[in-house]
Design a protein. Sequence first.
Length: 527
Amino acid sequence: MSNRPIDSNRVRIFDTTLRDGEQSPGASMNTAEKLEVAALLAELGVDIIEAGFPISSEGDFEAVKAIAERIEGPTIAGLARAVPADIDRCWEAVKHNPRPRIHTFIATSQIHLEKKLRKSPEEVIQFAVEAVKRARGYCEDVEFSTEDAARTSPDYICEIVERTIEAGATTINIPDTVGYSNPWEYGRLIEYVFEKVPNVHDAIISVHCHNDMGLAVANSLAAVRAGARQVECTINGIGERAGNASLEEIVMNLATRKDFFGYETGIRTEKIYRASRLVSNITGLVVQPNKAIVGQNAFAHEAGIHQDGMIKDKSTYEIMTPESVGWRGTSMVMGKHSGRHAFVQRLKELGFILKEEQVQLAFHDFKDLADRKKDVFDEDLEAICRRVQEETEETDVEMYKLVNLETSSSMTENPKAHVTIKKGSETLEGSGEGDGPVDAACKAIKEITGTPSRLVDFRIAAITGGTDAQGSVSLTVEENDIRAVGRFSGPDIIAASAQAYIQALNSLESKKASRARGESEVSSRQP
Ligand code: KIV
Ligand code: ZN
């Protein structure tokens, strides 16, 4: 049993980017993408990777299993409701790792007990205890979470915590599931657990805060001061609704104000920026420019007075260095005269290892972009690499391919689009009219493919500054209860939107095919 004493100054970082983070609308990742993120999280030095919720879908199960098989270093956890089928399935996925963890949970607030679970407090304790015992039958490392703890009676939390530690839980997580609490109240709750639960030192106390009121990081830090030694967080703070506590903010608070907090983490902070870029690129969730630690403006000094201070001595306005988080700025890296060797070298520095065929395509796209665009930034290269990786992904269903797109728009007429698509040897053509050229192109594609799916989410953002910036499009389509995401970036935002739409339709076909082969998918992740 892991019974690290509470006065240990080591705070464990439990990263849930691949589980709670992936629950952000439009953020779903495929197994290859999850593996890429997991590998970087291991390099970053996180203690625990929550790789997914194995029973929620075949895809989630496969991803957790692949991560457990291939990623060594951190503990690999899977999420499971407090029911036998979830725990068994979770174990099947995580057992392949030398450090497996089953993370089981049940809601404890009166609202959830009455309205969602329809169970009495004692019944819920029974479920929790049985779940922990079952999980301990499989492995030594078992985490139990009291979902919606911040809205639960503190005495009931203490009771269920005591009973689940007795049943064998080695980590107890006390989440603010709905981002309801504040640092004073939440810190006090954790203190209360330490005061009232006699066996509390037999487990690590963990916190998991959502950001609905913008307090996830502050609440987590207050909990650490009260004795919590595991913090659950995500890269860029992605997650359900307003997201989870952001890993980079927690870690840099603890590192920059070690004089105040006095705690250590195992994070190699200089890898933070790369992790942020990777997660943003893969999920299509853009980091706001003024985001702490990893936003484009996080280390930019605009005011003359500040610039003057910075020139005289950086410590006047800089509380941490950009290098300490691996921030490299938006630098012009290459031009149209750059050679292939330098190009491949830069891709390696950015963390992309491409196959020869992919390098050829990426280099071709880079030259093409350098001809059209004055400055080529790292962000542009990242977008090219992602696009090539997606285009060359192997798949088992016949895919749509965009062959041509023509659009026209003026101030006096409705925008129109004419689209040509190939599906195998078949060529499909059609036109559409819409509110804007993107809408017209999407309507034409819907018309030619005859897809019954609905476009439920559409986002577009400029990758860098300037009117010649590439646009990054991320969209979600839905058919019955199946959702699929498409992402594409390029200098022509109408073409990028059409490509993203086609990619989403291809992904939808692929999901439908695996459903038809009998690979089940649970539509909702919530228990
Ligand atoms: O927010 C939450 O309560 C969760 C639990 C499953 C830990 O994500
Ligand atoms: Zn959560």
